[in-house]
Design a protein around this ligand. Structure first.
Ligand code: IPM
Ligand code: MG
Length: 377
């Protein structure tokens, strides 16, 4: 259990847009596990993002920053894009950015599971027989690569042309720690019936840093994880293979940028961004605990925000990942996943999942249905 007493401190940062709506349902689900299953949870909540700027003049108020430092895990809703928010000064933007949050928590391993839900097989743009049985997880490196590499920026040259630069850079220890996480994950999944397979994805045919990535994966594999199948795949081929034959994948480990792109491709396998959870994990401390940030991958969806129609299941399934990863309660995580499956099997659909012209339920009704299913289980 937690190093501080017996409760894990979970901090809810609803953020912006539909983050605010879906996190209300997550809070109810978390309270249910605390009150009905005795999960050792202490819940807090703080403002963050554009909503916080409007209310408090800061994207990341000091007390939010302090609560983040103090939390065992963060349950994150969504943050609005700052593109239109010209009034926010650059320093404040940096302070409140999602990228800075990831970097400051050192959450290097971003898990994005993609699992076909039987009741939603027809929601995918891919044929049912392609999607059926897909169960893969991306391990995206989240604190390095082109997202953070220096030098970066845009300069105007003496001849008047502009020059834009970003730098893709990895150090061997950054590659090795995410590789290790992926191999260990493949082992844990094999214990649950998985194939024990890792695809490492790079562009080693073009990028020196990609060739290094491949070589380091290979070396670690030979030295410590020879019991796991390792395949190297070029990133462009991986994009194609995800659409062609997604069932070949178990664990896919890749860099920050390819992980961003490929996980969006993967997301369409299930048919709805509204279904996909994620976990971002830091290095294991001396007590084995990892700082963690759980987040639905759908973002703030300003087009539907405030209408109470957003799908809360990605955020609820992110909380299921928290039950498994942070609280080490895999049986409770599975209980929550089964409740979500049961609700979908019973035909309940939010607007993003409902076939055109058919009835859909609200965010609140979906949250309530999950709790009712938990009560019944
Ligand atoms: C994601 C998002 C972010 C990313 C954006 C919002 C910065 O696309 O989490 O996949 O590129 O990492
Ligand atoms: Mg993305």
């Amino acid at each position: 259990m937690s190093a501080r007493g017996n409760a894990f401190r979970l901090l809810i940062l609803p953020g912006d847009g539909i983050g605010k709506e879906v996190m209300v349902e997550v809070r109810r689900v978390a309270e249910w596990f605390r009150d009905r299953r005795g999960a050792p949870i202490e819940l807090g909540e703080r403002p963050f993002g554009l909503a916080s700027w409007d209310a408090f003049g800061s994207l990341m108020p000091d007390e939010t920053r302090a609560a983040i430092e103090d939390a065992d895990a963060i349950l994150f809703g969504a943050m609005d894009s700052l593109d239109q928010a010209t009034k926010i000064p650059p320093e404040e933007r940096k302070k409140g950015s999602l990228l800075r949050l990831r970097k400051s928590l050192d959450t290097f391993a971003n898990l994005r599971p993609i699992k076909a839900v039987p009741a939603l097989l027809d929601a995918s743009t891919l044929r049912r027989e392609i999607v059926d049985g897909v169960d893969l997880v991306f391990v995206r490196e989240l604190t390095g690569g082109v997202y953070f590499g220096e030098p970066r920026g845009v300069e105007t040259l003496p001849d008047g042309r502009e020059r834009g630069v970003n730098t893709h850079v990895y150090h061997s220890d950054e590659v090795e720690r995410v590789a290790r996480y992926a191999f260990e994950l493949a082992r844990r999944r094999r214990a649950q019936g998985g194939p024990g397979r890792v695809h490492s994805v790079d562009k080693g045919n073009v990028m020196e840093a990609g060739a290094m990535w491949r070589r380091l994966m290979q070396r670690l594999h030979a030295a410590e994880y020879a019991d796991i199948e390792l395949h190297h795949m070029l990133a462009d081929n991986c994009a194609m293979q995800l659409i062609r034959w997604p069932r070949q994948f178990d664990v896919i480990v890749t860099d920050n940028l390819f992980g961003d792109l490929l996980s969006d491709c993967g997301a369409m396998i299930t048919g709805s961004l509204g279904m996909l959870p994620s976990a971002s994990l830091g290095p294991a401390g001396a007590d084995g605990r990892r700082r963690a940030l759980y987040e639905p991958i759908h973002g703030s969806a300003p087009d539907i925000a405030g209408r109470g129609i957003a799908n809360p299941l990605a955020a609820i399934l992110s909380f299921a990942m928290c039950l498994g990863e942070t609280l080490h309660l895999p049986d409770e995580a599975a209980r929550l996943e089964r409740a979500v499956d049961a609700v979908l099997a019973a035909g309940l659909r939010t607007a993003d999942l409902a076939p055109r012209g058919s009835a859909s339920v609200s965010t609140r009704a979906m949250g309530e249905a999950v709790i009712a299913a938990l009560e019944r289980a």
